[in-house]
Each structure stands twice: as C-alpha cells, then as structure tokens.
Ligand binder design. Structure first.
Ligand SMILES: *[C@@H]1O[C@H](CO)[C@@H](O)[C@H](O)[C@H]1NC(C)=O
Length: 413
C-alpha cells in the first residue's frame, strides 16, 4: 500500500521536474525558412495545476521569447502573435553563420486571466545544407495575406505548390517571409478585410520560367508604370488563393549579382583626419606613490615652522636683557626719585585704609528725578551701601513729589 503511494509521489515529482526543464529540439536548415508555432493548447497543459475558477479553455495567453541570457531574440529570428487568443509563431531564415551552435530560446507563456506563467526552452540546431544557397531567388508580394497566415504550413505549402507548378524546378524552398509592414507598408484600414501583405522569397535550382519573366516584357512594364495590372499568363494558378502584385516581383540570379564596392566619399574640410584606433586606458590601476606629495605638502612647511620657532625661542629666552639692563641705563638719581615716589604713595594708601568711610557727595542722589529739586541725603550719618536703594521706591517719591505740586499750583495761579 505504502509503496504504491511512494510510486505515485515519485511519478509526480518526476513529472514536475521534467516539466520545469521542458526542452524541445528543432533542426532547421540554413538558408531555408524556419517556422515554429507556439501552440496555446500545448502551453495550457504546462501551467501549474492549481484549482482554477472559470473556463480555462479560452484563457488569453501571450508569449515572451528571448535568447537565453539575453533580453531579445537573435536578429534572424522574428516573432508574431496577432491576438492573445491565437498561436504565436517564431520564424526566420538562419544563414550558414548560425550552423553548428545551438541557439536556446526561452519561451515564457503568460496566462492573462490567472497570471500563471510557464517556461519552456526551444533549442534550435541549425544544420548545414549542401544545396545552399539556391541560385535563383524570386520574391513575391502577396497582397491578400498577413504574415502569420502565410506562415501556416498548409498555406505556405499551397503557395510553394503553385510556384512549383509555374517554375518546374527540382528543388524549391521558401527562403524568407517578411511582413509588408517591415518594408514600409501601411497598416490597412479595418474595412473590406484588407490585409497587410507579405513578401515571400523562394529559391530554386533552375532558371526562372518564361511565365515568371513575362512581367519584364515592355508591354507589362508600361502597364506597371501606369499602375495597371500586368497581364501574366500563369496568374490564374495563384489567383484562387493568392493575389500577387506582379509589378513588385523581384528575380535575382545570385551568380550574376555584381558585388557593389562602396567607395569612400571625399571628406569635407570639417572632418578631422584619423588618429588611428582609440586606446582605452588599462583597467588595472597602478598604485600611486604619495611620498613626494607628503614631503612637499607637510614636511617642508613644518621644517620652516620649526626653524622660525627655534629662532623665536632663542631670541626670547637667551637674548633677553630685561630689568637689569633697564636699571643700568637709568641714572641713579632718577631711580632714587622714582622709588621715593613709590614709597610715599604706598604709605598714603595704607593711611587711607584706616580712615573712616565717608562717601563722596558725587556718588549720592542729589536731584529729585521728577521735580529737579535738590534733595539732601536722608540720613547722612547712617548712610551705608547696603541700605542705599539703587532706585528710589514709589513711596519715597510720593512724599517728595507732593511739595513741588503745591508749589506749581501757586506758580500758575
Ligand atoms: C529575411 O528578411 C528580413 C527582413 O526583410 C531580412 O532582414 C533578412 O536579412 C532576410 N534574411 C535572409 C536570409 O535573406
């Protein structure tokens, strides 16, 4: 019983592990159109199996695709998903440069209703092909298709079948598909079910058939220049499904393509002459020696300061002459005179200490601040600093003020 439980648990763990490392390998050929459809149905099964409410069958799902470790896809690989309810398509034409190294594309699917995500890796191993490149390449402009419609294998198969029918080659490959929007086309008005248009390049191993060359006749060239549809005998082989703009067909025989050498234009006077390649400084920094900086900024000024200090110290301590010299320069009689003055001053000061304290009149309040009357000290005998108020109190003032008021009344009457 318990072993069965363990087995179920193990199976679940293995399923989860294998799902988290889901990887798909594809082997496209260089020089041949590569198309990989990101199927909504497949990724629906990849989302975690949490209990979900609502109808999961129509969840909007979008995809994000990038080269592993990078934010975007490699340049040759393009991606389109028209709406979250349609499949996404990766497509592009790998060239012989991409042969031999595996390109890992990270595909992240987002469920826009439940916000769950699922991660999946697509490993693209580009294989070399011996028939690459096919020498005769024709590019058709199909007016009534969008790029993702054209990428559907059955539509592309139908188109290649029609081309094979009018060209009769042994080998025929789709080389490249480009939306007309990437070639300067405009988004059509949303009327009459108009489509963006798509360029399809095919390659074959035999020269172009007479039917494909019909557009080069003078008569058809004239019609094209007048914006009329050229008369092409094999157009009816396509007409049922594909509306081809024959004026825009381009036929390239890559053996006859003359390589174009671009000459460097003459430089005008404003362009500086070349100085050769830019040499960036090395990344490892050399450790810098700060010893000379230290000597210059600290040691030299402090040495100067020290010299000045010692000179000053010497002058102050050892070259000092002082009182002794001054006394020697002064005449004896002057010294005697001076010391006798000092002696008598000292004596007088000592005598004044014994004297009874009496304050000089100038320190006493003499005038009444309001009336200006001369007021004699109130109690001159017991006058003391401690009992002397700094300012006369209100009551004091009142007594003194009454008299001049009466007097003033007399003056005015
Ligand atoms: C395919 O078409 C795209 C867009 O026009 C172009 O950038 C790319 O070089 C083409 N690839 C090849 C192999 O011709």
């Amino acid at each position: 019983m318990s072993s069965a439980v363990v087995a179920v648990w193990l199976a679940t763990v293995i399923t989860i592990l294998s799902k988290s490392h889901a990887e798909r390998n594809v082997y496209p050929s260089a020089g041949v159109l590569f198309v990989h459809v990101l199927e909504r149905e497949y990724f629906k099964g990849e989302f975690p199996l949490y209990p979900k409410s609502g109808d999961a069958t129509n969840d909007p799902i979008t995809f994000n695709t990038n080269l592993m470790g990078y934010p975007d896809r490699p340049g040759w690989l393009r991606y389109i998903q028209r709406t979250p309810n349609s499949d996404g398509v990766l497509y592009g034409s790998p060239t012989s440069e991409h042969v031999g190294k595996a390109t890992i594309i990270e595909i992240t699917a987002y469920n826009r209703r439940t916000f769950e995500t699922a991660r999946n890796n697509l490993v693209i191993n580009v294989m070399a092909t011996e028939e690459f490149p096919l020498p005769y390449q024709a590019e058709f402009y199909i007016k009534n298709m969008n790029v993702e419609e054209m990428l559907a294998s059955e539509v592309l198969g139908d188109f290649l079948g029609a081309v094979k029918n009018v060209w009769q080659p042994e080998r025929l490959n789709a080389i490249n598909i480009t939306s007309a929007l990437d070639r300067g086309g405009r988004v059509p008005l949303p009327i009459n079910n108009l489509k963006e248009g798509v360029y399809v390049m095919v390659g074959a191993d035999v020269p172009f058939s007479s039917c494909l060359r019909e557009v080069e006749s003078p008569h058809n060239q004239l019609r094209c220049s007048q914006e009329m549809e050229p008369v092409i005998s094999c157009d009816k082989k396509f007409r049922a499904q594909f509306h081809i703009d024959w004026c825009k067909i381009s036929l390239v025989d890559i053996n006859k393509v003359i390589p174009v050498y671009v000459k460097r234009p003459e430089l005008g006077p404003g362009v500086l002459p070349e100085f050769g390649d830019y040499n960036p400084p090395s990344e490892s920094l050399k450790s810098r020696d700060y010893f000379t900086d230290f000597i210059v900024t600290l040691a030299v000024p402090s040495a100067v300061a020290l010299a000045l200090l010692s000179m000053l110290g010497y002058t102050m301590c050892c070259r000092r002459e002082g009182v002794k010299k001054r006394n020697m320069q002064t005449s004896a009689i002057q010294l005697v005179h001076h010391s006798s003055i000092q002696k008598s001053t000292k004596e007088m000061r000592n005598m004044s200490k014994n004297r009874e304290i009496s304050w000089p009149l100038s320190t006493l309040p003499v005038f009444n601040p309001v009336s200006g009357e001369v007021v004699p000290p109130i109690h001159p005998d017991t006058y003391e600093t401690t009992s002397m108020p700094l300012m006369q109190t209100q009551t004091n003032l009142q007594n003194q003020i009454t008299i001049p008021q009466q007097q003033s009344g007399k003056w005015y009457s």
